[in-house]
Design a protein around this ligand. Structure first.
Ligand code: ADP
Length: 139
C-alpha cells in the first residue's frame, strides 16, 4: 500500500534565489499538508550520509558541495499517494526535461542544481524523514 508521507528539501539554489515561499505555495496548492518543517544547513557528513546511495557516481563530490553550500528547508509532507504524487509535482531530475507546471520547470537551473528533493520510495521517505526530524518535530 502506498504511504501517505514523503520527504522534501528546498535545495540551496532555490533558497538563495528567494523561492522558499513560492515552492511552499506550490506544495500546498498540490494538496500536500506540511507535517514537519525546518530551515537548516547540512554539514558535509550529513550530505554524504543522506546521499550515500550515490557515492560511486561521478557527480557525488559536486552534489555534496552543492547541498552544503547554503541553507535548505526540509519538510515531511502528507497526502494520499504522497511519494508518487510529489515526484510528479517536482518533475524530472533535469529541468530541461521537466513538464510544465512542475516545481523544477519553474525554479530549477540544471540537473545538479534542481531546486527540490523528493523521496523516490516509501521506504526512503521514512528513512529520510527520520534523518531530519525527531518524533516531536512531526505534527
Ligand atoms: P532525483 O533527485 O530526481 O531523485 P537522482 O536521485 O538521480 O535524482 O539524483 C539525486 C540528485 O543528484 C539530483 O537531484 C541532483 O541534484 C544530483 N544529480 C543527479 N544527476 C546528476 C548529474 N548528472 N550531474 C550533477 N548532479 C546530478
Amino acid at each position: 500500500m502506498a504511504s501517505n508521507r514523503t520527504f522534501t528539501m528546498i535545495k540551496p539554489d532555490a533558497v538563495k534565489a528567494g523561492n522558499i515561499g513560492n515552492i511552499l505555495q506550490m506544495i500546498n496548492a498540490g494538496g500536500f499538508k506540511i507535517v514537519a518543517l525546518k530551515y537548516t544547513q547540512l554539514s558535509k557528513a550529513d550530505a554524504e550520509t543522506f546521499y550515500a546511495v550515490h557515492n560511486e557516481r561521478p557527480f557525488f563530490g559536486e552534489l555534496v558541495e552543492f547541498m552544503t553550500s547554503g541553507p535548505i528547508v526540509s519538510a515531511i509532507l502528507e497526502k494520499d499517494n504522497a511519494v508518487e504524487d510529489f515526484r510528479t509535482l517536482i518533475g524530472a531530475t533535469n529541468p530541461a526535461d521537466a513538464a510544465e507546471g512542475t516545481i523544477r520547470k519553474a525554479y530549477a537551473n540544471s540537473i545538479g542544481e534542481n531546486a527540490v528533493h523528493g523521496s523516490d520510495s516509501d521506504d526512503n521517505a521514512a528513512i529520510e524523514g527520520m534523518f531530519h526530524f525527531s518524533g516531536r518535530e512531526i505534527h
